[in-house]
Write a protein that binds this ligand. Structure first.
Ligand code: GLC
Length: 409
């Protein structure tokens, strides 16, 4: 497909998923792209950041509106929710399943991978719009301060999450053990999630207490790689200011802890740390490769990730890479897992991250190969939520917003 044609079809998807209006519950205007009209008809935190990045290639105004809308949902304390139900008539969609812990029926009280500052930087670079940068900065500073103060109880630079959806990789098998998941299905997962929420019932508005309860407390590699990347963006956006140094230092601490605490020399990959006891989770998944997006990861470690994991046909190098779980994992499910996601299929957003990281570390050919195979999935099957890593067959939601990230690859 030619570039122009690809941009046209991607734009059709994004415009088709666009929601504009005024929220009844707070009187605020909104203008954003839903991940998919069927299945995901709300605003999701990291999806919106991906949509904005894709939109930098086709519609600068909408790229800004997407992030302005997301940032307009920030609470006075800095927190920004993982889902915002702008259209209140639809908000019961998830609440009856108690899937989204909430203190207010209009948004979730959970987070998602904090890629916002990186997305703001990309939109700022594309538009050179100073007013956009200036109005974003206070929101970003408050948000990253909130994360630091509420999600890093042991002060090691690594954020902790309180439930698996906060990492955006919801049903990844790496969480099975800590969730006590034995019914390996989406229904089983929802039950396990509800159990966590019951444990949080009386402490939902207090993140540090939820983490202290040690019910689900994970220092997740994907979340923290994105955190460090975004802190570096925030430091650059802040320019030559004392605050910029604070966020740059925080990024360095996060990277240091990823290297010192999460890198496992035997596995030769980065592993999550489970519980307040920080027990390494021995399961390698796509998130174990994510620190590659950081410039500061030493080249010998990047090389081990590439040689042992990414280009190994027993692991991630399948015909349509990169699967969310390596093929050697006994729990690997390459086909349609009926909502039991992140257990095998390949996703465009993780391929986007990994190709960015590979280019950063000089692996241009490999990044090109992954990009071409991702494009082949889109050409063959349209913009789907994820793809079968053996056949490229499109799976999950249709007309899925963040698969338009292919424009940025
Ligand atoms: C699923 C994904 C999550 C995404 C959401 C909306 O829950 O796991 O990462 O943000 O769908 O697309």
């Amino acid at each position: 497909m030619r570039r122009q044609e690809l941009e046209r079809v991607a734009y059709d998807i994004l415009l088709g998923n666009l929601r504009r209006g005024t929220a009844e519950w707070n009187g605020q205007d909104y203008s954003f792209v839903v991940p998919s009209l069927t299945g995901y008809p709300f605003q999701w935190f990291w999806d919106s950041c991906f949509h904005a990045i894709a939109l930098t290639h086709i519609d600068h105004d909408q790229a800004k509106s997407e992030l302005d809308t997301l940032m307009s949902a920030a609470l006075p304390n800095g927190f920004i929710p993982h889902i915002i139900f702008w259209e209140s008539e639809k908000r019961d969609y998830f609440l009856d399943q108690n899937l989204v812990a909430t203190i207010n029926p209009n948004f979730s009280c959970t987070i998602q991978p904090p890629i916002l500052a990186y997305a703001v930087e990309r939109v700022y670079q594309a538009t050179s719009d100073e007013a956009f940068r200036e109005r974003s900065l206070p929101v970003l500073v408050n948000y990253y301060r909130w994360l630091k103060e509420n999600r890093d109880p042991d002060n090691d630079g690594l954020l902790s999450i309180i439930q698996p959806e906060e990492a955006g990789t919801d049903c990844s098998p790496k969480y099975d053990e800590i969730l006590g998941l034995t019914d390996l299905s989406n229904q089983g997962f929802i039950k396990a999630l509800n159990k966590i929420y019951s444990a949080y019932e009386l402490i939902r508005s207090d993140d540090l207490r939820m983490l202290d309860a040690n019910v689900f407390h994970v220092e997740d590699v994907l979340v923290n790689s994105i955190y460090a990347l975004s802190l570096q963006s925030l430091a650059r956006l802040l320019g030559n200011t004392p605050e910029s140094i604070i966020f740059q230092d925080e990024a360095s601490r996060t990277i240091e802890s990823l290297l010192n605490k999460c890198w496992d020399a035997g596995t030769e990959a980065f592993l999550d740390l489970n519980g307040v006891q920080e027990i390494p989770n021995s399961m390698v998944t796509i998130s174990s490769l994510m620190p590659i997006i950081l410039q500061d990861i030493p080249s010998d470690k990047v090389k081990r990730l590439v040689d042992k994991w990414i280009i190994s046909e027993d692991q991630f190098w399948l015909p349509y890479p990169l699967p969310s779980v390596p093929a050697s994992n006994p729990k690997f499910m390459p086909g349609n897992p009926q909502g039991f996601i992140w257990r095998g299929p390949s996703w465009i957003n993780t391929n986007w991250f990994i190709t960015k990281g590979l280019r950063l570390h000089g692996y241009h050919q490999l990044a090109d190969d992954i990009s071409s195979k991702s494009l082949a999935c889109v050409e063959q099957s349209g913009f789907r939520e994820y793809y079968n890593p053996y056949t490229g067959e499109g799976l999950g939601a249709k007309n899925f917003g963040w698969s338009t990230l292919i424009l940025d690859m």
